[in-house]
Design a protein. Sequence first.
Length: 229
Amino acid sequence: MNDMKPARFMLACGLLAALWGGPARGGSVEVDGVFSVPTVSMKEGRYLATERQQFDFSCGSAALSTLLTHHYGFPVGEQAVFEAMYQAGDQQKIQHEGFSLLDMKRFLEARGFEADGFEAPLEKLVSARIPAIALINENGYNHFVVIKGLRDGRVLFGDPAGGTRALPQAVFESRWLNQILFVITNQQDRASFNLATDWRVVPRSPLTEGINRDGLGGITMPRLGPSDF
């Protein structure tokens, strides 16, 4: 195993959900006056496979809920993850800084999942066929997201504040902090990545989305190299 170096993460979730506006509801479309076909709005579609954060400081619990529920067949709600990590963690620190990767690692280990942070290129996820949690920065503020897929020069990711999104790989990498991928290292037979159903909810032409993010925090985690996957 490569020598491990400390990786400093700065985390913030902030008041993000409000910036996306109120919920847009789907409905139904009548076909030939005989029957109705249920429809899903674009906004609702973004949350079909991405869990929405409920609090300013809960993007970490929502990201972990997304990872387990939609990529490992282990259904667990954002609230359940939040409550478990909040009860087991430093509550005062969590309220000010949000959850850390260490909180997530402990939650996963208690449920039979092994996880670590690795310094590796995004392409490693494609060859390993596993999703990852990553920390990105937009407009000076930081946020946990779940990398769901990578193809045709685009990165597909679940944003707890904005739902499933896609950005050009170069743009995503410019916002990706420390090139650290937080991944589950066991139970790979359960993992799903690059699902066609996830890609369907994003337009073919990536949208450049600017989001303001609030708050700061930090943790120290070991930094592992690509060969440690």
